[in-house]
Design a protein around this ligand. Structure first.
Ligand code: FMN
Length: 178
């Protein structure tokens, strides 16, 4: 299983360290494409080491490979998972923007897309976010429902990224049913 894991700038980025460990433990090949903001939350070296692959962040980085990185990654993966998915990147995906390597790759990717949004309750419930989620689901993306509970921002409500074990189970179910 070749999993391309997109990571965006949400506080739940720390949970993705364990998620990557679980994916690797299952024998999956994991490559990470992270936004710049995601790398403000967790350092590149952590995800590089856990995934045993370079962390991709720019289509314009030096490379010995002539293939455009977003096309190469879109072709390589069996599934594209974005976890956590920020409200900002969700809006970009819903509108077809391609202003960073993650969004460029999503636009170029024809493989199954699984999205795990994670954000403050009011951000999640905002009509703009709900409309973006509906647009993406109507286009065939699988959207995981954020969990309820205490959020890092101090609010209690919907918006949590599921715990890594639960998230992994949901991704695994999606990949094996596909
Ligand atoms: C401490 C902190 C926590 C944040 N947590 C979230 C979050 O959980 N979900 C979210 O959608 N945005 C969150 N944001 C806002 C995003 O980081 C911001 O919208 C950013 O532009 C997202 O960029 P990206 O989508 O390119 O990764 C947070 C910002 C800060 C400063």
């Amino acid at each position: 299983m070749n999993v391309l894991l997109g990571i965006t700038g949400a506080i739940a980025c720390y949970k993705v360290c364990t998620l990557v460990r679980l994916m690797k433990g299952a024998g999956w090949n994991v490559r990470i494409v992270a936004t710049d903001r995601a790398l403000d939350f967790v350092g590149e070296i952590t995800w590089r080491t856990l995934s045993q692959n370079p962390v991709e962040r720019s289509a314009f980085a030096e490379s010995s490979d002539w293939h455009p990185r977003h096309i190469e990654m879109a072709d390589w993966c069996d599934v594209f998972v974005v976890a956590p998915l920020s409200a900002n990147t969700m809006a970009k995906l819903a509108n077809g923007l391609a202003d960073n390597l993650l969004t460029q790759t999503a636009l170029a990717c024809t493989k199954p897309l699984l999205l795990a949004p994670s954000m403050n309750t009011h951000m999640w419930q905002h009509p703009a976010t709900q409309a973006n989620a509906a647009t993406l689901m109507a286009r065939g993306a699988k959207m995981l429902t954020p969990a309820e509970g205490d959020l890092a921002c101090g609010v209690t409500g919907t918006g949590r990224l599921p715990e890594p074990e639960e998230l992994f189970a949901q991704i695994q179910a999606f990949c094996t049913n596909d």
